[in-house]
Design a protein. Structure first.
Length: 254
């Protein structure tokens, strides 16, 4: 039986394919009664996505996994918009990372994004055209429709597995923590991460296992009231403040 989430994502695939064929540039806005997410398209290719509960944490996980040598120097950011792709582009220019590593980072981000998007089966789509691309390296970084589509399929399949595993009452963005006074080593190798500071996505990455396997393994501990979950805010990204020159008539103060 086709689920509402898979029906919407099928429509999204068709829309992205159409934009790919037209080599369109702009933003695909997804919304319910309010805006939920934005997909930024460049030359028909998916450059980046905005939206979701933990956009910054999502970036941090992917960058640590696929681009550990990437400099996180935020001084290169010209504007907060698309700051993640600006860092990747700078990494490519400085040869800190390869194009393959950069694309894998985006692929992983998109997979988590599409997983979360499956929670919104009734989204509306609105296309906002933008100016044509001018950066060749940024265009190369963006994922073509053929490169992007598997991430959407993977995200949907992961969401369906999440449902089939009976985990719909949980959210991967929740952080597990030990309710009782139990030594971390008594909780196994991942016990050190059950302190309310790591989300289920984070724990899965630390354990190098599927988030489905990790979360299901925690259910008995939750039933025994050993573990609980809490909401975490997204990571804060502190962009450098631009210097403002003030002319006092005698000298310039910066």
């Amino acid at each position: 039986m086709t689920s509402p989430s898979s029906t919407f994502l099928t429509k999204l695939v068709q829309q992205l394919n159409a934009l790919s064929q037209k080599k369109a540039t702009g933003t695909l806005v997804l919304s319910t009664t309010s805006e939920v997410a934005q997909l930024h398209i460049m030359g028909g290719r998916l450059l980046y996505v905005n939206g979701g509960e933990h956009q910054n944490r999502r970036w941090e996980r992917a960058a640590k996994q696929y681009c550990p040598k990437l400099s996180k120097d935020l001084s290169v950011i010209k504007e907060p918009h698309h700051w993640e792709t600006q860092l990747l582009v700078q990494g490519l220019i400085k040869k800190e990372i390869s194009l393959k590593e950069a694309k894998l980072t985006l692929f992983n981000i998109f997979t988590e994004f599409f997983f979360e998007l499956a929670n919104y089966p009734d989204l509306k789509m609105q296309w906002k055209a933008g100016p044509p691309p001018t950066s060749k390296i940024t265009l190369q970084l963006a994922l073509s429709f053929e490169e992007m589509k598997p991430s959407l399929i993977k995200g949907l399949q992961l969401y369906q597995q999440w449902q089939q595993a009976g985990l719909t009452k949980l959210n991967p963005n929740l952080a597990p923590f030990v309710q009782q006074k139990i030594p971390p080593n008594a909780m196994g190798g991942l016990g050190q991460y059950f302190n309310g500071q790591f989300t289920l996505w984070d724990v899965a990455l630390k354990g190098q296992k599927s988030i489905i396997i990790i979360t299901r393994s925690l259910i008995p501990l939750v039933q025994k009231k050993v573990l609980q979950f809490k909401k975490l805010p997204d990571s804060a990204i502190n962009f450098p403040q631009p210097k403002i020159e003030v002319n006092t008539g005698e000298k310039t103060i910066i």
